[in-house]
Write a protein that binds this ligand. Structure first.
Ligand code: PFF
Length: 450
């Protein structure tokens, strides 16, 4: 398409793609996974995956987008007529993630507003979180606000919406993260937490830790959901792809590590390194942290700043999910951006409602022992995402051939890691993805414990 929008600069693209990558996955999920799987050891495995496997898949997706200048379905189809279905899977996953991601985004807004209006002590009370998420109306209200904020940015388009928002939100996010991390460091007893987080304990090595790191890497880098293809399609033909991908990964891993610095030392200082506090899992951010902030003084300020930065991170990720869906609807159904965005926003609010109610009045509805939100998370991340990624590797490695991609990359700059790239995409990546897929399905059926 000749008149496709483009990012106005390489920086704009890198910030938007990093905005997609840096999200709830970094700040909410990464610290509790690291806490669960041996601290520094998990961080090390994670980084290894990011620079090998993550690098490869992200290069492929951005190159496919830039080469075809199309949204995912059209992009795969343009490369091979029979393979448009991979794009369908990818766009569908993005479309299905957005609703439940927005439910959690809504919780973040609620916490931010509560801290802002002097309710810090209330958030630290037992039952605050559960009472809030199980209510029928309130979480849906906040979820809708979150979708509307996302919509407001996407509606303005690539340059004036996504790029501008990322250029403001991402630098602020970095500054706020540094501020909270320094605060967390300054707490008495925090150093023990820093050590726990950074020093690898090899005795805690396990296959589970490896698989968790692999799954987290995919989710955190926004891979296999059509997002990077979509953003790549707005990238100018002159930009150095390898450098951009390295910068995006640096951002993503950097904020994940900073999030660990914000959360783990604070929890250590609060609990004296009590394993139970660290193993709070998903509740770490919404239940444990407010208690930590509350005991440490300055809770309104630190809590408010913390949830604001989480909100920014979540918003830029939701923007990318909505954009992937909107650009697909625009291209496939030849609708205007405004019409597509309205359709996606309204249906996202509606589709998010079961994920919200599943924590309360619909909690009796469970599949594989999972509430609706967890079920959506499982289907998208543990099933469709690996399937999409595997198909992409096979498609590039064996159907169109790696040369199509490497030529696209080399059309604008040298490709230093071409050899690693080729070996990864043809051999190592598919095997790793099959391992994630099998293990997550087995664990969902209770056959192994992850
Ligand atoms: N990468 C985001 C995070 O870490 O929270 C989540 C995400 C955004 C996943 C966009 C997938 C995606 F396409």
């Amino acid at each position: 398409m000749n008149n496709r929008s483009e990012f106005s600069s390489k920086l704009g693209f890198v910030l938007a793609a990093a905005g997609s990558a840096v999200g709830l996955g970094n700040i909410w999920r990464f610290p509790y996974l690291a806490a669960k799987y041996g601290g520094g050891l998990f961080v090390l495995i994670y980084i290894l995956f990011v620079v090998t496997f993550g690098f490869t898949v992200m290069m492929v997706e951005i190159a496919i987008g830039r080469k075809t200048k199309l949204s995912p379905i059209g992009a795969y189809r343009a490369l091979n007529k029979k393979f448009g279905f991979i794009g369908i899977i990818a766009s569908l996953v993005a479309y299905l993630i957005l609703p439940y991601y927005s439910v959690i985004g809504g919780w973040v807004i609620k916490y931010f507003v509560t801290f802002l209006t002097g309710g810090a002590a209330a958030t630290a009370e037992d039952g605050f979180f559960v009472n809030f998420i199980s209510a029928p109306i309130q979480p849906i209200f906040w979820q809708s606000i979150f979708v509307l904020l996302t919509f407001a940015v996407v509606l303005r388009g690539v340059k004036d919406g996504i790029e501008k928002a990322s250029k403001i939100l991402m630098p602020v996010l970095v500054v706020l993260s540094l501020g909270v991390a320094f605060y967390s460091f300054s707490l008495p007893g925090a150093m023990e937490g820093v050590k726990y987080f950074l020093i690898p304990d090899f005795s805690r090595f396990s296959i589970q830790a490896v698989l968790a790191a692999l799954g987290q890497m995919f989710y955190s880098l926004s891979l296999a959901m059509g997002v990077m293809i979509t953003y790549g399609s707005y990238l100018s033909k002159n930009d150095d792809l390898e450098k951009s991908v390295k910068q995006i990964e640096f951002f993503d891993a950097g904020i994940a590590i900073l999030a660990g610095f914000m959360v783990i030392p604070a929890v250590f200082a609060f609990s004296g390194g009590n394993e139970e506090a660290l193993n709070a899992g998903p509740g770490l951010m919404f239940v444990t942290l407010p208690k930590v902030f509350n005991t440490m003084g300055m809770s309104s300020v630190i809590g408010g700043v913390f949830f604001l930065l989480v909100l920014f991170a979540a918003l830029t990720s939701a923007i990318s999910l909505m954009e992937a869906a909107v650009s697909t609807v625009c291209d496939q159904f030849k609708l205007s951006r405004t019409k597509s965005a309205v359709i996606i926003a309204i249906t996202s609010i509606v589709l998010g409602i079961p994920s919200s109610l599943g924590n309360g009045i619909w909690s009796g509805f469970k599949v594989l022992n999972m509430a609706f939100l967890d079920l959506m998370d499982f289907i998208t991340n543990a099933v469709f995402m690996p399937v999409g990624a595997l198909l992409t590797c096979i498609f590039v490695g064996y159907v169109i051939g790696t040369k199509v991609i490497t030529d696209e990359i080399k059309s604008s700059s040298a490709f230093k890691r071409e050899k690693v790239f080729t070996v990864m995409i043809k051999y190592i990546a598919p095997i790793c993805i099959i391992a994630i897929l099998i293990s997550s399905i087995l664990s969902a059926f209770g056959l192994i414990v992850l």
